[in-house]
Design a protein around this ligand. Structure first.
Ligand SMILES: [Zn+2]
Length: 174
């Protein structure tokens, strides 16, 4: 179950192709973004800017430790969503509540993305959907497994397939 999306990850790690047209991406620069570690410490990330040599669109490589538009490292958000109490999360109650709501609003969309990605890569047929477990989180785990870094395994293929919703108003930075 955990290796459903493996083909996609291996490909995107070794060479990233344009999510729009599958063309070759060339690194043309980088930008910085800040993110907060589980210790509360801030860290600076360098994100590479890439241009497709075919359709000329610009893409940004997403490191697997962040969620787009979120300032905290992904394992903090993941710990809250999986109700893992082993990791201390350096965020206040209202931030934690916003992460829960964010996931609740987004989960159906993410499930749709994961399903279309697995179908696109010939990993699963539509008929299998009715056998999926009922809880939303369990359904997410059906695609990516429940081992640590599951949220990264959800976010990365969605972003790399150009399916992430790039609207700051709908999903404000938290
Ligand atoms: Zn392209």
């Amino acid at each position: 179950m955990e290796i459903l999306l493996k083909v996609f990850f291996v490909r995107s790690k070794e060479q990233i192709f344009c999510p729009c047209c599958d063309g070759d991406l060339k690194v043309i620069g980088s930008r910085h973004r800040e993110c907060i570690k589980d210790t509360g410490e801030k860290m600076d990330l360098v994100i590479r800017r890439m241009r497709c040599s075919n359709c000329r669109k610009i893409h940004h490589e997403l490191p697997d430790i962040v969620v787009p538009y979120k300032r905290y490292r992904i394992e903090c958000i993941e710990a809250v969503l999986s109700e893992d109490t082993k990791l201390s999360v350096p965020a206040d109650e209202s931030t934690i509540k916003r992460w829960r709501n964010w996931f609740k609003e987004l989960v159906n969309y993410l499930l749709g993305c994961l399903m279309s990605i697995t179908i696109r890569y010939g990993r699963e047929s539509v008929e299998e959907e009715c056998h999926l477990p009922k809880s939303k989180l369990q359904r997410i785990w059906h695609y990516v497994g429940d081992a640590s870094k599951w949220l990264a395994r959800v976010v990365r293929p969605v972003v790399n397939s150009n399916l992430w919703l790039h609207t700051r108003s709908a999903f404000p930075a938290q």
